[in-house]
Ligand binder design. Structure first.
Ligand code: BGC
Length: 922
């Protein structure tokens, strides 16, 4: 057996060699054909959608030399190579993403089928990709036939501040008969509020919280569902359940700070609008649209609010209401509501789905009849209840992130978010229920009113998120750091919920711009956030103030005196820049460009001699410990950074004049900044960790003083026992600045620190998530749960922004150009760690990098995807110290030695896997 394995190994090796020379190499394979970042999307309204795919191929140095895209009007035509919609022909290009459709104009409500093939470095053509499709939504207003309909439930004016007004959900139904054979049926639906679409007794699609949150006065998104398989001949029933949602319900901290309005920011009554379009086999068409021939009613959902929770009285179920053979004679005629001001558009993002199911790990009974279920990690989502008992029994669920010392859940930190779900039993056997229109941030579920003693079966956790955090892996020799990585992902998942929220539990859950810009690049490593962030940028653009500032959060339903702040408003530049850098997406940059220019003008107007003042609206280095960096310093430094990014983005769009203008602006800011804030000895006038980190990372140091500034930062950190004194802004940039200037060892010391304040401190205290504050909780603090209870979230991704450093430096994966075509592999190999490994699934495919001390040698394993090249930085003093496999690198033809400068060796490699053994690593 051993021998056979050895033989197989040798065969594989020789095969590998032949691939090296690309003799007999297999053709390249095509994976994940996508349109507008989505696989087989329904209902696009982008007139010239963009295509992308990922390539796979054995051997080394594999590239795409050309591609051909074929688009057809039917599956059959596509399979017969009849590209009647668009045939790109053979295009000599290595582009695999952001390829713009250039065929005949796309038609409303039409499905298109497409495939792609590619040619490799030897001009060998691949097979066609598996056929994919996309469909166009309703492109013209004239295509829409529905009315916005709802159900009048009256309005009980509760006292605005002292009691809650939580109206019931509304139910809408329409029964219709189909007597001909159906070829295709599509539903186009939306709501002011939230809706769940039902068809013949079942929910349509998997997404929740539809149609998403926008500034409804500017735009309202709709969804497109292919329902060809859900309809049948005879009676069919379409139904919709609608609730207040962001449109009419409670949002954020309005109640807490007693704003004039606490709910109904966009409208008072939820309503539904949509239509089903049926195409029969005989070619005829039929549309069933929302109108007053539908029926409306209330039902079992008595309360439904995103932050307050849901109440369900199973005794009031209208059993079978969304299926045929139901008597709706008692139902009313729906009320028609005004058409909104916002334009109807197809949803561009990624919708909230159930991404994981959690079984409780344990149940406790901290006081008689109060049961607490532990789901094992701090998530965003809902709990499903399974219960059996007498009719009318009221079971209540409350949610907490941590337990108090007495074992009860902490709810003080939820502030005004009631976050309570109630289920009233109908008393008919085993009943299972989960809410539709609310979600909570929690690890623990408290159950009261349960008939008898529940078992673990009574509660199931449903993790809800708009993203899958499956783009990265990370491992290291430090178990704490591995847990930290898991915690970062958990918290990203919990907060990438329709928009990037600050936290999922308390009365906030807003798209805070500062949090989002700090975390943006980290987010891209852990998940494919291209579509999600495209949607958020539209929100941000919609929310831009008339005078040019980007606001504190987006969407921006209400204001408070501080509407914008340095380092928060800069999200309007920093997020588009990262979309460009990571996904090579210039279209979103173009979309944002006018607004960004306006924002730059706003900053210029506010500045004196190129220095943007902090102003009163400034949180500075929010939640910093022990050191404060002046607001003016923060304002001025972010202005410089914006100018630098604007120059790069203008260049990418081919706006050369603008690029020069912003480059010049950057130089002027840099000069003014240095004059005011940087002393001759290289110190900043502030002398805080954050001040060095920002100035160094943003390139605001005069070139001759930067090394000194970096040395001072390193010295300060060392004197502080390798601990932070930073908040939201400083933390990420300290790590990046230290590594930028060669202080990797110090970065690792902070990274592995377990004393307060550090990431390790939260992990050692049992955290499963990233906390808002460095000291959100301590095991030994008897009063732990009341610590800062009013402003203490245990699920805040901002401090998780270390993921950017983990991937760029510890693992060492970055992009030199935009979109990871030219990759940088530059791991920070340090004696402070035994090994690090990680991978990142970029828009071009999987990149991985691992390093491991083997005695005095270092083993490096690298994987580079097809159609990309990488510069590999190896910190050794001699080329002869490096072997690939068992060969000296100078003997390996697929490796190009680019540079050798006595300090490090820079190699250039193409696609494939590489294994280096390196001696003499510094
Ligand atoms: C949020 C933050 C946000 C901050 C602004 C908080 O309430 O939770 O994450 O950035 O306000 O200071």
């Amino acid at each position: 057996m051993k021998n056979r394995l050895a033989l197989l190994f040798i065969t594989l090796l020789t095969m590998g060699n032949s691939y090296c020379q690309n003799k007999d190499s297999k053709s390249i394979g095509i994976l994940e054909p996508r349109v507008e970042y989505h696989e087989n999307p329904e209902g696009l309204d982008v007139r010239q959608p963009r295509f992308s795919w990922i390539l796979k191929g054995e051997g080394r140095n594999r590239v795409q030399s050309a591609y051909q895209i074929a688009v057809a009007s039917s599956k059959e035509k596509l399979s017969q190579d009849q590209a009647d919609i668009w045939d790109s022909g053979k295009v000599v290009s290595n582009q695999t993403n952001q390829i713009v459709y250039e065929g005949i104009p796309l038609v409303s409500g039409t499905k298109y089928y497409w495939k792609v093939r590619v040619w490799d470095e030897a001009d060998m053509v691949s097979t066609w990709s598996t056929p994919a499709f996309w469909s166009m939504g309703l492109l013209k207003f004239a295509n829409w036939q529905g009315l916005f309909i709802g159900h009048d439930v009256g309005y009980n004016k509760a006292d605005k501040y002292d009691s809650l007004y939580l109206p019931p959900a509304r139910y809408l139904r329409k029964s219709f008969n189909l007597n001909k054979k159906i070829k295709k049926a599509t539903a186009y639906t939306t709501a002011l509020g939230l809706y769940e679409l039902r068809l013949n007794g079942n929910k349509v699609g998997e997404a929740n919280f539809l149609p998403g949150w926008t500034d409804y006065d500017k735009r309202l998104y709709y969804q497109t569902f292919d329902i060809s398989n859900n309809l049948r001949e005879g009676e069919n029933v379409i139904g919709a359940v609608i609730a207040d949602g962001w449109y009419a319900g409670y949002i954020g901290y309005a109640l807490l700070v007693r704003l004039d309005k606490v709910r109904e920011f966009y409208g008072v009554n939820p309503s539904f609008m949509g239509q089903i379009q049926i195409e029969y086999e005989d070619g005829s068409m039929e549309t069933i649209a929302s109108d007053q021939t539908w029926k409306s009613n209330e039902g079992a959902i008595r309360e439904a609010d995103i932050i307050m929770g849901e109440t369900y009285d199973a005794r009031l179920e209208n059993t079978g209401w969304d299926a045929p053979n139901y008597d709706d004679s008692q139902w009313k005629m729906p009320k028609v509501y005004t058409y909104p001001n916002g334009k109807l558009q197809a949803y561009p993002g990624t919708q909230v789905k159930n991404t994981e199911i959690l079984k409780p790990l344990a149940m406790t009974e901290p006081s008689p009849g109060t049961y607490v279920f532990d789901l094992g990690k701090n998530i965003a989502g809902i709990a499903e209840l399974k219960v059996q008992g007498p009719k009318g029994t009221k079971v209540q669920l409350r949610f907490g992130e941590i337990l108090k010392n007495d074992g009860q859940i902490q709810t003080e930190n939820l502030r005004k978010a009631r976050a309570t779900d109630t289920y009233i039993l109908k008393g008919e056997g085993v009943e299972t229920w989960k809410p539709k229109f609310t979600y909570h941030g929690f690890q623990y579920v408290e159950v009261t009113g349960f008939p008898g003693k529940p078992t673990l079966e009574a509660i199931t956790g449903h993790v809800l998120s708009s993203i899958e955090t499956d783009a990265s892996t990370f491992g290291s020799s430090n178990a704490m750091n591995n847990t930290l990585f898991k915690n970062i992902k958990t918290t990203q998942s919990a907060n990438f919920f329709e928009i990037p929220t600050d936290c999922p539990q308390r009365d906030e859950r807003l798209g805070w711009t500062g949090d989002a810009e700090i975390y943006m690049r980290s987010a891209t490593y852990n998940a494919d956030v291209a579509a999600f962030m495209t949607k958020f940028l539209v929100d941000l653009d919609d929310a831009q103030r008339w005078y040019g500032a980007y606001p504190n959060f987006a969407p921006f339903p209400y204001s408070r005196p501080n509407q914008y702040a340095p380092a928060w408003m800069d999200a309007g530049v920093i997020i588009p820049y990262n979309m460009y850098k990571v996904y090579n997406d210039t279209r979103i940059v173009e979309y944002m460009y006018k607004g960004m220019e306006k924002f730059m003008q706003f900053q210029e107007d506010a500045s004196t001699d190129y220095l943007r003042p902090g102003g009163g609206n400034n949180w500075g280095d929010w939640l910093a410990v022990n050191e404060e960096t002046s607001h003016d310093f923060v304002g001025a430094s972010f202005y410089g950074y914006d100018a630098k990014l604007m120059a790069e983005m203008a260049e990418a769009l081919g706006k050369t004049e603008d690029a020069a203008k912003y480059a010049n602006l950057f130089e002027n800011i840099k000069k003014a900044f240095a004059q005011k804030y940087i002393l001759d000895n290289g110190r900043t006038t502030e002398d805080t960790q954050t001040s060095y980190a920002l100035a160094l990372y943003f390139d605001l140091y005069p070139n001759d003083l930067a090394e000194k500034g970096a040395a001072r930062l390193a010295e300060k950190i060392e004197k502080n026992g390798f601990k932070f004194s930073t908040g939201f802004l400083g933390t990420k940039h300290v790590m990046l600045a230290l590594s930028k200037y060669g202080y990797d060892d110090i970065s690792y010391k902070i990274f592995q620190q377990t004393e307060y304040p550090s990431w390790g401190y939260s992990v050692e205290n049992g955290s499963t998530s990233i906390w808002e504050r460095w000291n959100s909780y301590t095991k030994d603090d008897a009063e732990n749960s009341d610590l800062n209870a009013k402003m203490n979230s245990f699920s805040h991704y901002a401090f998780g922004s270390v993921a950017e450093w983990m991937f760029q430096h510890a693992v060492g994966i970055d992009t030199e150009d935009a979109g990871y075509r030219n990759i940088i592999i530059k791991p920070a190999i340090s004696k402070e760690m035994d090994f690090i490994n990680g991978s990142y699934k970029s828009i071009n495919g999987n990149i991985s990098s691992a390093w491991n001390w083997k005695g005095r040698e270092v083993q490096m394993n690298i994987e580079i995807p097809v159609n990309t090249t990488a510069k590999v930085f190896i910190p050794t003093s001699e080329i002869s110290n490096i072997k690939e496999g068992n060969k000296a690198i100078s003997k390996v033809s697929s490796i190009n030695i680019l540079e050798y400068n006595g300090e490090e060796t820079i190699l250039e490699i193409g696609s494939g896997t590489y294994s280096f053994r390196v001696k003499g690593v510094r």
